[in-house]
Design a protein around this ligand. Structure first.
Ligand SMILES: Cc1ncc(C[n+]2csc(CCOP(=O)(O)OP(=O)(O)O)c2C)c(N)n1
Ligand SMILES: [Mg+2]
Length: 443
């Protein structure tokens, strides 16, 4: 349809959409590589945002500085789109790199896919939140991200309604900010979500609540965890009317770029301007690699479902639409796809190199202590075996080194030799640095 095309062409600039496509492809490449890294033993666990890329692009477009996100482990594309997460940082978190410069969200303390921007500076002082894309730190219990959305939205309401709070501050622009929440479809069955929806309606707070609906909660299909299998259908009673306050509800397919852009923009405008909570139920999403690295969805999804997921992949549909609307040719898009894979791979390699380099000095100094122990102790053979075991460990972690030295100390427990003091001091130093030093600023 020519008229639609004309509107879309002027509304969303072509270069902009190709950049969106690039971010989607880079994010997907990162997810695919991430799973392989886990299976190669280079990371302990992986959970990724593949299949949820496109709606997150739309959400990022509606988000502006001063707004706040409280979401969950699928949101990598949103963070990439905002420029608050680099591909290298994404992999640094997957490897649990404990350097805050490499992994600013949590310095390797949180599971992968747990996003955050730092609201405190290195001295522990609040930054100016009005000029920050603030993603509040994710938590692992599903729906745990939801109650705080109510608190944050209510704070904006208080800031707007109380003129005494309007003087310059770094937390609220007179209540004109919006809190963006994200949650998976299955987690909407939790009490925390349902209570929060009610509270949002009562309080009339500026929230855009997005639900990424892929029909599943790990292996459990929707009919077993959501009444009528449709969360927005059963929330209809919360819909505001001409005479009653409530929520404004949207339902949109996760592969429909125009509908997503419009829904997120409209919802955000309503929430920001009128402090009306909005909910966007994004349906038809997929899981190209299943839930996480702990399972394989081929074991519980039907062949029909798996085929449907392939055909409804949001990036594939976005690609088809870009070509159909004449915004790009297949070969132009292919170039972007290849570039994205190369970029993601380079970032992965750089992150892995940096992660290993970060542990090398500790590894070398522990080896030197073991060498001394072999010379000083009467348990030379056992200590040599321990040293050999550590030296031949594939991709040794800091914890492997600490474990090895602890074992060595146990064998030397009845001996009076100097190296023991050195080994004890080494363990103390490493564990203190690893577990404590970064904490005050990692909030
Ligand atoms: C309170 C709590 N219960 C169970 C889990 C284990 N768990 C992690 S993800 C998940 C399924 C979530 O499904 P959904 O909300 O649909 O999100 P999706 O992963 O499909 O995006 C479960 C049960 C958890 N992390 N927290
Ligand atoms: Mg789900």
């Amino acid at each position: 349809m020519n008229s639609t095309k004309a509107i879309q062409k002027t509304k969303f600039a072509i270069e902009d959409m190709l950049q969106d496509y690039r971010i989607c492809c880079e994010s997907r490449a990162a997810s695919l590589l991430g799973r392989k890294e886990v299976f190669m033993g280079k990371a302990k666990f992986g959970i990724f945002g593949d299949g949820k890329e496109l709606p997150q692009i739309a959400m990022a477009k509606a988000f502006r500085k001063g707004d706040i996100r409280s979401g969950y482990y699928r949101d990598q594309t949103f963070m990439f789109a905002l420029g608050e997460l680099t591909l290298e940082q994404f992999f640094a978190q997957l490897y649990a790199h404990t350097d805050v410069e490499a992994e600013p969200a949590s310095a390797g303390r949180l599971m992968n896919g747990h996003f955050a921007t730092r609201a405190l500076d290195n001295k522990g002082h609040w930054k100016d939140l009005l000029h920050l894309n603030y993603a509040i730190s994710d938590v692992s219990p599903t729906a745990g991200q939801i109650p705080r959305i109510v608190g944050l939205g209510y704070a904006s309401k208080l800031y707007r309604n109380n003129p005494q709070l309007h003087r310059q501050n770094q937390f609220s622009d007179k209540g004109n900010e919006v809190v963006f929440g994200t949650i998976g479809n299955a987690a909407t069955s939790e009490g925390m979500f349902l209570e929060a929806i009610n509270a949002m309606g009562v309080l009339q707070i500026p929230v855009v609540m997005a639900i990424w609906d892929d029909d599943y909660g790990i292996s459990v299909p929707k009919e077993f965890h959501t009444t009528k299998g449709d969360i927005s259908k059963i929330l209809q009673g919360y819909q505001r009317t001409e005479t009653e306050e409530g929520l404004e509800l949207f339902k949109v397919k996760g592969w429909d770029f125009v509908a997503l852009r419009n829904a997120f923009q409209e919802a955000t405008d309503i929430s920001r301007k009128y402090h009306v909570p909005t909910l966007i139920h994004v349906t038809d999403l997929t899981q190209p690699q299943g839930h996480s690295t702990s399972g394989s969805h081929e074991r519980y999804k039907s062949l029909e479902r798996l085929q449907w997921e392939k055909e409804h992949d949001c990036i594939l549909k976005f690609r088809e639409w870009l070509i159909e609307e004449d915004f790009a040719s297949s070969s132009e898009l292919e170039e972007i796809e290849i570039d994205a894979r190369v970029t993601a791979k380079a970032a992965k390699n750089a992150a892995w190199k940096a992660f290993n380099a970060s542990m090398k000095p500790e590894f070398d100094s522990a080896m030197a202590i073991l060498d001394k122990a072999i010379l000083q102790s009467s348990h030379k053979n056992i200590l040599s075996d321990l040293r050999k075991e550590l030296a031949t460990t594939l991709n040794p972690l800091r914890s492997d080194v600490v474990k090895c030295l602890r074992k060595a100390l146990r064998h030397m427990r009845n001996e009076r030799i100097l190296v023991k003091t050195e080994a004890v001091a080494w363990i103390k130093k490493i564990t203190l640095r690893t577990y404590i030093v970064n904490l005050p600023s990692a909030l």
